[in-house]
Design a protein around this ligand. Sequence first.
Ligand code: CO8
Length: 258
Amino acid sequence: MAYETIIVEVEDHVALIKLNRPDAMNALNDQLLSELSDALTAAQDNEKVRCIVIAGSEKAFAAGADIKMMSEKSFVDVFAGDLFTNETDAICRVRKPIIAAVSGYALGGGCELAMMCDFIIASDTAKFGQPEINLGVMAGIGGTQRLTRAIGKAKAMDMNLTGRFMDAEEAERAGLVSRIVPCKELMKETMAAAAKIAEKSMITVMAVKESVNRSFETPLREGLLFERRVFHSLFATEDQKEGMAAFLEKRTAQFRDR
Ligand code: CO8
């Protein structure tokens, strides 16, 4: 499928999806989210792809949902049309790992999209925020929920109520991003992290993703049981035999996703 608002490149087992609406700071509209969910589903189905990276431009990961598009909508339009629900559900259904490479603005829906990814690597120029309150609305795809789980109630309330931006250092201190790298190194570092993940057993990678995500949905006791059972089940794989044998034989494991 030919895309107009994203650019997709697959290289060395990593699918790089670049948001590409430079005139609107990569603002998320129906077309972009639909193309993004389509590209992610294709990456999920592509056996060559073992890790996915979503990036924006140096200036903006994404400055939010498209305000121009939303300004013309009524309650009935967004409620009956269930704005962005199918697309964001599709993003969250992807079982392969997704890294967000964030440079510049990640605001509103842009911050929420980054949080839908499995982790965020930020450039030192990154700015995160949930400024929807300035538009007379509020976050609608995770900014009051995922952000609160990521950085706690105090900061999530502050961000959502004042609409202020958080720089990369504060975001890392608060636990929103996993690491900060110099702006010029962002794509190199993120692709290297993706390549590292791509070397692992895909079965194990998907099990880890599912298990960490389960911690958001379950009480601790249930989550621990889920984790333990998944751990047990990995002993049914050839990759567990190979991984442990390789360690003992002091060689690099050759995983076969079995
Ligand atoms: N939507 C549409 N266009 C945008 C957006 C946006 N979110 N952000 C920037 N643009 C456009 C500008 O309109 C401008 O276009 P033009 O040149 O045609 O006037 C262009 O991008 C460049 O922007 P600026 O001139 O404003 O650039 P600055 O460097 O001065 O400022 C900012 C950059 C700070 C990023 C500024 O553009 C800004 O504040 N943008 C809006 C940020 C925002 O409020 N985001 C939240 C949007 S609401 C949202 O995300 C809700 C998500 C939940 C959806 C739930 C569905 C269920």
